[in-house]
Design a protein around this ligand. Structure first.
Ligand SMILES: [Zn+2]
Ligand SMILES: [Zn+2]
Length: 399
C-alpha cells in the first residue's frame, strides 16, 4: 500500500469541501481584473490578513484553543473568535481537535497532514477527506474535552461559515452606500468582496497550509524532536510567527514561538500588547536560546500511537532493496550516486542487510564524510547495525 492510500485509509472524499475550495479559489481570481480593484479593497485585504491570520488562526485557534498557551479576558476572546471565523478554516472545536491530533501523531500514520505522504497532501489534499476521529463524537470529545461543551465555541463552530458570508455581504453594502449607489457603488462593493473576502481568504489559507507542509520539510532545527518539524523564516513572515514550527513542536504550550532573539513573532507582539493593556489573564513564556547553542535533543512528551510514516529516503531504501536484491555490491554503487537521497537510501538499505553487508563497511566509512549530513547519519546508523548484527551472530548460534 502506498503512503498516500495508507493516509487516506477510512477517510471519505468530501465533494462539497472540494467544490467550495475550488469555487473560492476561482472567484479570488477576479482580483486579476482591474475592474475589481480599488484602494479601499486593498487596504481592507491587508488589514484583514493581519487580523484573521495573526489574531484569528494563530493567536486564537492555535495558541489559545489548541494549546491553551494563553487566556484573554472574555470580551476579547469573542472578538478574536470572530476574526478566526473569518479565516473560513473549520470551526474552533474541529480546528483545535485536528491540530491536537497532529501534535500527538506528528509524521505518523494518524497525523492528519504529514508531508511524508506527499507535499500536496499535507498542503491541501488532506482537507478534501473527512476525519473519522472528528466525525465520531466520542473520539472528538477525547481530543478536546475542555472545548467541546463550551457554549461560545459551539456557537462559532456552528455559524462560522455564515459569519464569513455575512461579513462579505456587509462590506459590499458599505462599499455600495459609501459612493451613493449606482454602478460606482456596485464596483466598489464588489472590490471590497473580491479583495477583502475572496482573495484575502485564499492567501490566509495557503499561509496556514505552509505551516503544515513546508515547515515539516525545510528549514533548521533548534530541537531534535521526534517529528520532522523545522523553523523557516519566510513562513514566519507570511504567518506572523508560526514558521518557528520546530520550536513549537518541542515546547508546544507557550504563547511565543521565537526562542532566539532574531526569531521574530508578530502574533506574540499582539498578545504582549493585549497583556500590557490588561486584557490577558495568563500567558506562558518560551525559554530563551542563545544563538550559539547547538541542536538540543528533545524526544518530546507524547509518543505517537500509530506507525511512523517513512521519509522519502527510507521508502527509496526499501525499493532499492527490492530492486537490487540483497546485493551489497549494487548498493555500494548506489552509495556513490549523484543524488544525496539515493546515497542516503543506499546507506539505510545496507544497514538493513546487517552482517551480510560487512563487505560494504569500507564504503560506508567513506560515506561518513559525505557532504550531506543526512547521508552521514544514515551511514553511521548502517555501520552500527552491521556491527550489532556481527556481534549478535555467534551468541545466537550458541544460544
Ligand atoms: Zn501547534
Ligand atoms: Zn507540525
Amino acid at each position: 500500500m502506498s503512503t498516500f492510500s495508507a493516509a487516506r485509509k477510512g477517510r471519505r472524499f468530501q465533494p462539497l469541501t472540494f467544490l467550495a475550495l475550488l469555487g473560492i479559489h476561482l472567484a479570488a481570481g477576479l482580483a486579476f481584473f482591474p475592474w475589481f480593484f480599488s484602494w479601499p479593497g486593498l487596504i481592507l485585504a491587508v488589514l484583514l490578513i493581519w487580523l484573521t491570520a495573526s489574531h484569528g488562526a494563530s493567536a486564537t485557534y492555535h495558541r489559545m484553543l489548541s494549546h491553551r498557551a494563553w487566556q484573554p479576558v472574555p470580551w476579547l476572546r469573542t472578538v478574536l473568535l470572530f476574526w478566526a471565523a473569518l479565516c473560513l478554516e473549520m470551526g474552533p472545536i474541529n480546528w483545535a481537535a485536528t491540530h491536537r491530533l497532529h501534535h500527538r501523531e506528528s509524521d505518523h500514520e494518524d497525523d492528519p497532514h504529514s508531508p511524508l505522504v506527499s507535499f500536496l497532501w499535507s498542503h491541501m489534499l488532506w482537507l478534501f477527506f473527512d476525519q473519522p476521529r472528528l466525525v465520531d463524537k466520542a473520539e472528538l470529545r477525547k481530543l478536546v474535552p475542555d472545548l467541546i461543551d463550551d457554549r461560545e465555541l459551539r456557537f462559532f463552530q456552528r455559524w462560522f461559515g455564515l459569519m464569513w458570508v455575512g461579513f462579505a455581504a456587509l462590506t459590499y453594502l458599505a462599499g455600495y452606500l459609501a459612493v451613493g449607489g449606482g454602478m460606482p457603488g456596485v464596483q466598489l462593493g464588489l472590490s471590497l468582496v473580491v479583495w477583502g473576502s475572496l482573495l484575502r481568504t485564499v492567501l490566509v489559507w495557503h499561509n496556514t497550509w505552509f505551516v503544515n507542509s513546508v515547515t515539516h520539510l525545510f528549514g533548521y532545527r533548534n530541537f531534535n524532536t521526534e517529528d520532522e518539524s523545522r523553523n523557516l523564516w519566510w513562513v514566519s513572515v507570511v504567518t506572523f510567527g508560526e514558521g518557528w514550527h520546530n520550536n513549537h513542536h518541542a515546547i508546544a504550550g507557550t504563547a511565543n514561538y521565537g526562542m532566539k532573539w532574531w526569531e521574530f513573532d508578530p502574533t506574540w507582539w499582539s498578545i504582549r500588547t493585549f497583556q500590557l493593556l490588561g486584557w490577558v489573564q495568563r500567558a506562558n513564556l518560551a525559554p530563551h536560546l542563545r544563538p550559539q547553542e547547538l541542536v538540543r535533543d528533545f524526544p518530546g512528551k507524547y509518543s505517537a500511537k500509530s506507525p511512523r510514516l517513512l521519509r522519502r529516503p527510507e521508502r527509496l531504501a526499501l525499493s532499492l532493496l527490492r530492486r537490487l536484491g540483497n546485493s551489497p555490491a549494487a548498493l555500494v554503487k548506489a552509495l556513490h550516486s549523484r543524488r544525496s537521497n539515493v546515497r542516503e537510501a543506499a546507506a539505510l538499505a545496507l544497514g538493513n542487510l546487517g552482517a551480510s553487508a560487512q563487505e560494504a563497511a569500507e564504503a560506508l566509512r567513506q560515506a561518513l564524510t559525505d557532504r550531506s549530513l543526512r547521508v552521514q547519519e544514515a551511514a553511521l546508523k548502517a555501520l552500527r547495525s552491521i556491527e550489532a548484527a556481527i556481534d549478535s551472530a555467534p551468541s545466537s548460534s550458541t544460544g
